[in-house]
Design a binder for this molecule. Structure first.
Ligand code: PGA
Length: 251
């Protein structure tokens, strides 16, 4: 399975800066054996696509979606709208959305299913808070998040899905979870996927996110069971993200 690296710009870069980022990133020497995507704000999808043209590296990703196809949902964006930009991936349930916008497991589940139906790969974000980890509830919390999110997903002949394990305490904190801690949680997640989805579950990439940078990325991607990384802060500079992608390339 190829490793997957996703840049998550979060709320950075409108169309002007997005276009410049894509052009600069495309000048980097990018590895062929790593799948690379960039999750941009909705308003920057068009500019990112224009800078990419027909190129598919990096693949385009969105950071959120709504589950209905169209209708009276002011301010929301549907999977088919994302498709118009050739969007290949979409994050769902990022902990910042869960924390600031009240996104629930039920919403995450509906969004993931709607994306899969539209042919966009949902990247389902899960992770425990520091308090939950201290109370010894990390496995239970993450298991429940994954179970809820995959309720309506299908494996047969459908676009795959991906899971991003992002412990909340490791995001933007400079305190990354160790590769061994991440590996343990990825094993917990893998079991949940296998129970629900059978053999097809082994095709699902489980990536790690939370303070990934140039110094630690290779440790994550060389650890068995970690299928790539979701990178926030360290992806804002295109040069740096290019270096990170190279560091994730299998030797
Ligand atoms: P970070 O963010 O790399 O800045 O910690 C990761 C994420 O939230 O996706």
């Amino acid at each position: 399975m190829k490793k997957l690296l996703i840049a998550n710009w979060k709320m950075h870069y409108g169309p002007i800066k997005a276009g410049a980022w894509i052009r600069a990133f495309r000048r980097e020497r990018l590895p062929k054996d790593v799948d690379i995507a960039v999750a941009v704000p909705f308003v920057s999808l068009a500019a990112a696509r224009a800078s990419l043209g027909r190129a598919s590296i990096p693949a385009l990703a969105a950071q959120n979606v709504f589950w209905a196809e169209e209708g009276a949902f002011t301010g929301e964006i549907s999977p088919s709208m994302l498709k118009e930009f050739g969007t290949e991936y979409c994050l769902v349930g990022h902990s910042e959305r869960r924390a600031h916008l009240g996104e629930t497991d039920e919403m995450v589940q509906k969004k993931a299913a709607a994306l899969q139906k539209a042919g966009i790969i949902p990247v389902i974000c899960v992770g425990e808070t520091e308090a939950q980890r201290k109370r010894g509830e990390a496995n239970k919390v993450v298991r429940a998040q994954v179970q809820a999110a995959i309720t309506d997903l299908k494996m047969d002949g459908k676009v795959p899905v991906a899971i991003a394990y992002e412990p909340v305490w490791a995001i933007g904190s400079g305190k990354p979870c160790t590769a061994q801690e991440a590996k343990q949680m990825h094993e917990v997640i893998r079991v949940v996927l296998q129970k629900k989805l059978g053999a097809g579950a082994d095709e699902i990439r489980i990536i790690y996110g939370g303070s990934v940078d140039l110094r630690n990325v290779s440790e994550y991607v060389t650890t068995t069971g970690i299928d790539g990384c979701l990178v926030g802060g360290a992806s804002l500079d295109p040069r740096n993200f290019g270096l990170l992608c190279r560091a994730a390339n299998p030797a």
